[in-house]
Design a protein. Structure first.
Length: 359
């Protein structure tokens, strides 16, 4: 029986770890190349069967054509070079070269909402384009995908790049030539990914607030406001402490206000599907408490205290009342924190101006 010295055992452990890293890196690299090939083929479908042919046929006006397809041609070209790097094993170089073209993805993401609006309009008004689109989508190369599916791929791919880069970095030696290139690219890709997600959240928020605005009767109540975020809505029983009966209301919660409404008369000629605003409560001066035991553990009661009024929200649905309480607490905490920060900033400015002698 032979006994290895400790230094040899340590060397073996290091070599085993390196072998594991290399195995994981090879697996990640293989998956990256395979998915990149498929992604490039899908970009090529848009480039060849839509962009090039539509431009040659003149089916769409140049401004309409650019509005729908934006920078996807530039993305297709950049990814062709990127795929070539990957297939030659140049992962660090490939990603670093791709990072210099990420601004095309940003342009594309910022235009996405407009692209789909223009596409929908053309599908309704331009019969020649509508027929062409349906015909192209029946080609076997599309494998059941439609143009709308293909147009969202670049935004999805950016998210995938972030995960691939993380896996590659985790299994690349810090001393390797690729490590610094991959790390720099991960920062650039993460920035673009954050921008895309932030833009998507802003679009969704605007759509929700705009939808609520259209649900309200008349134009006196304006919920469209800069910096306002939609949180949730729903039917809930509203009870005033002096009232003997709770009444069901449709309540809309935003980042800075609580909007209490009631449905318009179902037989009204124009407002039958709308809501009439009864009250708007600013959250900046509100405190929230949860009253337990009011409905014998089935649901609960939320107490909202404002400077001039107190409001009670009641539900028999335990999960629903808990979610209302969580959302209200979070919104009130956030708006109060913003107020304190603003006040502190104002104090700091005054203090600073005093020090430098500003009147």
């Amino acid at each position: 029986m032979s006994v290895y010295p400790k230094q040899y055992a340590g060397v073996n452990i290091v070599e085993e770890q390196r072998a594991k890293w290399e195995k994981k890196r090879i697996r990640t690299a293989k998956e990256l190349i395979e998915t990149e090939r498929r992604y490039f083929e899908q970009l090529e479908l848009v480039s060849v069967y839509f962009i090039d042919i539509l431009k040659a046929k003149g089916t769409l006006k140049p401004n309409i054509h650019d509005a729908i397809f934006s920078s996807i041609k530039s993305i297709h070209s950049a990814n062709q070079r990127f795929l070539g790097n990957l297939e030659h094993g140049e992962f660090g170089l490939g990603f670093e070269n791709l990072s210099s073209h990420l601004h095309f993805y940003k342009i594309y993401a910022d235009n996405m909402e407009n692209a789909f609006k223009v596409l929908q309009i053309q599908m309704k008004k331009n019969k020649s384009f509508a027929r062409f689109k349906k015909l192209q989508e029946t080609r076997p190369e599309f494998r059941g995908l439609v143009l709308e599916d293909l147009l969202t791929l670049p935004l999805q791919r950016i998210q995938q790049y972030k995960h691939f880069l993380r896996d590659l970095i985790e299994n690349t030696s810090p001393d390797g030539s690729d490590f610094q290139q991959l790390t720099r690219t991960l920062k650039a890709v993460s920035d673009i990914s954050h921008h895309i997600q932030d833009s998507a959240r802003k679009r969704e928020n605007y759509q929700n607030i705009h939808r609520v605005q259209k649900l309200l009767k008349g134009r006196k109540t304006m919920v469209l406001a800069s910096g306002r975020w939609y949180i949730r809505e729903g039917w809930i029983n509203v009870l005033h402490p002096k009232s003997k009966e709770a009444k069901q209301k449709m309540v809309f919660l935003f980042s800075d206000i609580l909007l209490v409404t009631k449905p318009c008369h179902p037989l009204h000629p124009t407002n039958s599907n709308k809501f009439s605003c009864q009250a708007i409560y600013p959250l900046i001066e509100c405190s929230v408490d949860k009253v337990f035991g009011y409905t014998r553990s089935q649901g609960g009661l939320i107490s909202l205290t404002f400077p001039q009024e107190k409001l009670l929200l009641m539900s028999n649905d335990q999960e629903d009342i808990n979610d209302w309480y969580r959302c209200l607490s979070s919104a009130i905490g956030q708006v109060s924190s913003t107020k304190l920060t603003a006040a502190a900033t104002t104090t700091d400015l005054v203090s600073c101006s005093t020090k430098v002698g500003i009147d």
